[in-house]
Design a binder for this molecule. Structure first.
Ligand SMILES: Cc1cc2nc3c(=O)[nH]c(=O)nc-3n(C[C@H](O)[C@H](O)[C@H](O)COP(=O)(O)OP(=O)(O)OC[C@H]3O[C@@H](n4cnc5c(N)ncnc54)[C@H](O)[C@@H]3O)c2cc1C
Length: 285
């Protein structure tokens, strides 16, 4: 299925952008990870959002999401692994699926954390970002799941069901990790191997494995869309939310400071309107 606009991120910026684009009559798909990974979801109380003081971040997020849904915004939960421009269209890979759109709005929030040693070197040779996509390649094999996202325990259970021998690695054992999945505490990680991965080292402990699933809530913007201009980890965008790639817009925390709801909502509005105009202009050509 093809959409006018695909928005990556269901925080204040992404939902605001999606709503504005719907108001302009565009078909919109919002793709986002688990709500529990959303920055706003973690706010105990938000007192500086105009007109709606005293709500928890989760309550505010629910209101934003309900409003966007009522206008006809479609929503899908998943991890976006890459955006590929082809002519004036964009192909967006979501877990093991692909969607097409005429414009893309990046509302990714802040991507935290550097790459681990060995991660880039062994990407595709044992390192994966997606259990759904690559899990079947590791049936009967030993895999380590590095759990950084809220849905990582479910993904570990899915890999176990496929027949993988799973070890779960994280700073702290998650409450809902299945009891029979071994847990190793690890913050300082290194991936090693020869032709392919053979070991994950976690805080000095060696875990022999054939695959390492790095399950993060987000990817660095430039990894998602090669060629995208960034500065200090933030996406470079002008006042209209335009990035250096025609048809790609950005809004919210991913464009820089201040990291605040009001700024995200405002930038989302601008990006949604400009993306709708961009589509109208490209169709007239
Ligand atoms: C504890 C805490 C308290 C806060 N308190 C306040 C406050 O009181 N007032 C205030 O104004 N601000 C506050 N903030 C900041 C505020 O939450 C953020 O500024 C705001 O949420 C930014 O919105 P955003 O849409 O840009 O990004 P986010 O809300 O972070 O949303 C990012 C979205 O992108 C999705 N995503 C990212 N990468 C991918 C991918 N590869 N595939 C699929 N989905 C992806 C995520 O799943 C998420 O849906 C607080 C933040 C925290 C953490």
């Amino acid at each position: 299925m093809s959409y006018d606009i695909l928005v990556i991120g269901a925080g204040p910026a992404g939902l605001s952008a999606a709503l504005q684009a719907r108001v302009r009559g565009k078909s919109v798909l919002v793709v986002a990870g688990d709500d529990r990974d959303n920055a706003l979801y973690k706010a105990h109380q938000v007192d500086n959002y105009l007109g709606l003081p005293g709500l928890t971040g989760a309550e505010l997020l629910d209101r934003f999401a309900a409003h966007a849904r009522e206008t006809g915004v479609e929503r899908r939960t998943g991890r976006v692994l890459g955006v590929m421009p082809v002519g004036d269209r964009f192909y967006v890979s979501i877990d093991s699926d692909m969607k097409e759109a005429g414009a893309v709005i990046l509302a990714l929030g802040v991507s935290r954390g550097k790459k681990y040693p060995g991660e880039a070197e062994f990407l595709g040779r044992g390192v994966s970002y997606c259990a759904t996509c690559d899990g079947a390649l590791y049936r009967e094999k030993r895999v380590a799941v590095v759990g950084l996202s809220a849905d990582a325990p479910e993904e570990a259970a899915f890999l176990k069901q496929l027949g993988c021998q799973v070890t779960y690695v994280a700073a702290k054992r998650p409450e809902h990790l299945e009891n029979d999945i071994p847990f190793v505490k690890g913050v300082k990680l290194e991936i090693r191997g020869e032709k392919a991965v053979t070991v994950l080292e976690a805080d000095g402990e060696e875990i022999p494995c054939d695959g390492v699933f790095l399950l993060r809530p987000s990817l660095a913007p430039a990894d998602l869309l090669p060629g995208l201009e960034t500065d200090g980890g933030y996406i470079t965008a002008d006042r209209d939310g335009r990035t250096n790639i025609p048809g790609v817009f950005a809004a919210g925390d991913c464009t820089g400071l201040p990291l605040q709801v009001s700024k995200a909502v405002g930038e989302g509005l601008v990006a949604g309107l400009r993306a709708a105009e961009y589509l109208d202009q490209t169709r007239q050509k």
